[in-house]
Design a protein around this ligand. Structure first.
Ligand SMILES: Cc1cc2nc3c(=O)[nH]c(=O)nc-3n(C[C@H](O)[C@H](O)[C@H](O)COP(=O)(O)OP(=O)(O)OC[C@H]3O[C@@H](n4cnc5c(N)ncnc54)[C@H](O)[C@@H]3O)c2cc1C
Length: 206
């Protein structure tokens, strides 16, 4: 089990909901993306990321000025949203990392959620996987005879499904990192099919 830098850094913050934002909306740029999601009538959650050869070694990378600079060429309302951010508005800036070899525990210790299998966020499934882990673990513990049975049973029930999400995540990150002209053709032509292919298998209960 180890942690690997995924070649992206990301900013997360909350803004006033811009006019016209009705649902999950993403803007793709060269090696970068800006996502907005309404949270109630007033506010929107934003997630912006950019490819980076190295993990974060300069905390100034996360400032509002840098954020505005890196996304200045994006279409509206991205620059307007960033212009309204103030120095006191909290911005969470971090490297995007993953757990390289998922580990669900050993002996009497069980790991769930990101501790076991953190991955790049582009499938937006990490929290769902963590909740599922908790439910499945509760079910196993409620009927397991010996503690030593828990980890092997948990691995048996969870590894294929979590592995699927991880694999789709890798594919989506790969698609996103293609040159923009190629990526945009793929996304325009195949986004509906890709979406269904990525998520439909997860409709089967864990
Ligand atoms: C940029 C980004 C966007 C994401 N977007 C989505 C999304 O849209 N949808 C989705 O489903 N998932 C998303 N995820 C993934 C999701 O956030 C995680 O998979 C999920 O939060 C994992 O939950 P967790 O409880 O395992 O871990 P965490 O949420 O990390 O919780 C662990 C908690 O343990 C605490 N802790 C750590 N060490 C100690 C200690 N020694 N003692 C006590 N407490 C400790 C931490 O402070 C933290 O509160 C995203 C992740 C990132 C990075």
């Amino acid at each position: 089990m180890g942690v690997k830098f995924r070649g992206q850094v990301g900013w997360r913050f909350i803004v006033r909901r811009p006019p016209g934002l009705e649902g999950w909306t993403v803007f793709l740029g060269p090696q970068s993306a800006f996502l907005m999601l309404p949270i109630g009538d007033e506010l929107a959650y934003c997630y912006a990321d950019k490819a980076s050869a190295r993990s974060i070694d300069d905390p100034a990378q996360g400032t509002i000025e840098r954020l505005r600079e890196k996304f200045a060429a994006f279409a509206g309302p991205v620059p307007e949203v960033l212009a309204r951010l103030g120095p006191a508005d909290p911005i969470h800036f971090s490297a995007i990392e993953e757990v390289t070899h998922p580990c669900y525990g050993q002996g009497r210790v069980v790991l769930i959620g990101d501790a076991a299998h953190a991955m790049s966020p582009n499938m937006a499934c990490g929290a769902a996987m963590a909740f599922e882990d908790a439910l499945v673990l509760a079910e196993i513990v409620s009927r397991a005879g010996a503690a030593s049975e828990v980890v092997p049973e948990f691995v048996r029930k969870r590894s294929a499904r979590v592995g699927w999400v991880h694999q789709q995540t890798d594919r989506r990150d790969h698609l996103r990192s293609l040159p923009p002209t190629m990526r945009d053709v793929f996304v325009r032509l195949l986004s509906g099919r890709l979406y269904r292919a990525n998520y439909r298998p997860l409709l089967a209960l864990p």
